[in-house]
Design a protein around this ligand. Structure first.
Ligand code: HEC
Length: 451
């Protein structure tokens, strides 16, 4: 975190609004693509494994078609997943400036894992393509003995590397997703910041698991909807599909799509129920409602496909599902903005002070009222004539003999003085503010005690 602390500057209020908008756009890119990547690699790795085990050509073909259609090339994956997740991490680091919360470190870890996962999966995709080349060589050369040895060696190397990269990629991606969903859910829940301070606390937090479950069901739903859409509708779909294959793909995808889409509202509602009150607002209700309605509509489309095998509904299902995802993403961002409101008030304030130090012309000396500062920042610990957490001013201030600069220096950067008291925490005031409050204290003490 210490590198981050130096890299990250606190956002001003205006800057915060921009960050929120930027966050929504990054997520609109990241969440759908990451979801489909996760779902597609689950399906593709599974059907490849099961297809080899049972020598089932339909399974093997399904695995390969998913790889072709749904798993992105490395360069595209970097553009739509890696860049957005790093941007998201950077925005969170700024929004959560100075907050004692584990989310930013976890997000950084998740970004690195997403990068690794995408690299493994593109390796998987390449080696499956190679496998197909080898099998066409076998088809052309009927006599196995005529295949040169080095080709055979390459083939068996490729075989084991495709197994490894597929499974490794999938596991890394699952871990990345888990960390991402957890980090985001903790950030939305400030009351949890203090209790979830290490990886163990993070692992056992129910919010993390709930958000993960929501993401995975969303991923399965969007992936199967994409399969239906891309295999059968988009650009004429996949070529040369046998009837048996078509039937298998449709039945499998629509069933997974239907069931997982039914689960999303369930998880959304539980999540809504455990959202802390400070994070709720009218916007959260409205966007949740819109998401639920769209999901219901999507379920209807899937049901139409199941009942009447009317594959034409897959385009509508896909489109409305994307709309539902958009509503959920906006809802999450509204929740986050609500949850961080109090935290950001302080952060924006710090940012303004930094800006004022950098551009002092913005400071109008008359605007800083020493008395107001005293009431808002000091009176919780200090009275003039009695001891609270801090010593009474009537006792301490006269030590400064009216030296405003010296007193301001202490207020600006308190040091340990009296062993009978704890150290005074730094109040984060600017030098100008410190001077204003010092002047006020000196005047007031003089007025009251004559000293
Ligand atoms: C969280 C409680 C807390 C807050 C808030 C706080 N102080 Fe203090 N302050 C203390 C404590 C505790 C001490 C005693 C520290 C010591 O003796 O080392 C202290 C000491 C002081 C002293 C005496 C220094 C000396 O020379 O003995 C001054 C003056 C002072 N504070 C001013 C302020 C001003 C001005 C503010 C608001 C901007 C403020 N404090 C806010 C807790 C607080």
């Amino acid at each position: 975190m210490s590198i981050f602390d130096q890299l990250i500057i606190p956002p001003t209020a205006h800057h915060t609004d921009l960050l929120n908008i930027f966050l929504v756009f990054s997520m609109l890119l990241f969440i759908p693509y990451a979801s489909v990547l996760l779902g597609a690699s689950i399906f593709s790795v599974y059907f490849k494994y099961a297809g080899r085990k049972r020598s089932d050509s339909i399974y093997l073909r399904f695995s390969k078609d998913i790889l072709d259609k749904l798993i992105l090339k490395l360069s595209v994956g970097v553009g739509v997943i890696v860049v957005p997740i790093f941007s998201i991490t950077f925005v969170y680091a700024q929004l959560l400036y100075n907050a004692q919360v584990i989310s930013v470190s976890i997000l950084l870890l998740s970004s690195l894992l997403f990068t690794a996962g995408i690299i493994f999966l593109s390796k998987f995709k390449n080696s499956v393509n190679l496998e197909n080349i080898f099998s066409s060589i076998r088809n052309i050369v009927p006599d196995k003995n005529k295949i040169p040895d080095n080709v055979k060696t390459l083939e068996s190397e490729n075989y084991s590397s495709s197994n490894q990269s597929g499974i490794t990629g999938l596991i890394v991606l699952i871990c990345a997703t888990f960390l991402y969903t957890g980090a985001v859910s903790i950030a939305e829940n400030p009351p949890k910041w203090d209790s979830v301070t290490n990886i163990l606390g993070f692992l056992i937090s129910p919010d993390t698991w709930l958000n993960f479950a929501l993401f995975v069901t969303g991923a399965l739903s969007l992936t199967s909807a994409s399969i239906l859409f891309l295999f059968f509708r988009w650009n004429g779909g996949v070529k040369d599909m046998s009837e048996a294959y078509k039937k298998f793909v449709t039945r499998f995808s629509v069933l997974i799509a239907f069931i997982s889409t039914l689960f999303i509202p369930f998880f959304l509602i539980i999540k809504f129920l455990i959202t802390p009150e400070i994070a709720l607002s009218k916007g959260v209700f409205i966007y949740s409602g819109l998401a639920l309605i769209s999901l219901l509509l999507v379920c209807n489309f899937f049901y139409a496909i199941i009942r009447n095998s009317e594959i034409k509904w897959s385009s509508a299902a896909f489109l409305v599902l994307i709309i539902a995802f958009t509503f959920i993403i906006i809802k999450d961002q509204v929740t986050l903005a609500n949850a961080l409101k109090k935290h950001l008030l302080v952060v924006n304030h710090v940012a303004d002070s930094i800006e004022n130090v950098k551009f002092p012309k913005n400071v109008k000396a008359t605007e800083i009222s020493g008395e107001e500062l005293y009431t808002t920042k000091c009176s919780a610990c200090h009275q003039f004539d009695q001891k609270l957490t801090g010593p009474p001013y009537d006792v301490t201030v006269p030590k400064y003999n009216g030296d405003v600069k010296k007193l301001a220096a202490y207020i600006y950067n308190p040091v340990k003085i009296d062993p009978g008291y704890p150290a005074m925490p730094n109040q984060g005031v600017t030098m100008k503010e410190a001077e204003a409050v010092a002047q006020f204290l000196i005047d007031k003490v003089k007025q009251e005690t004559g000293k």
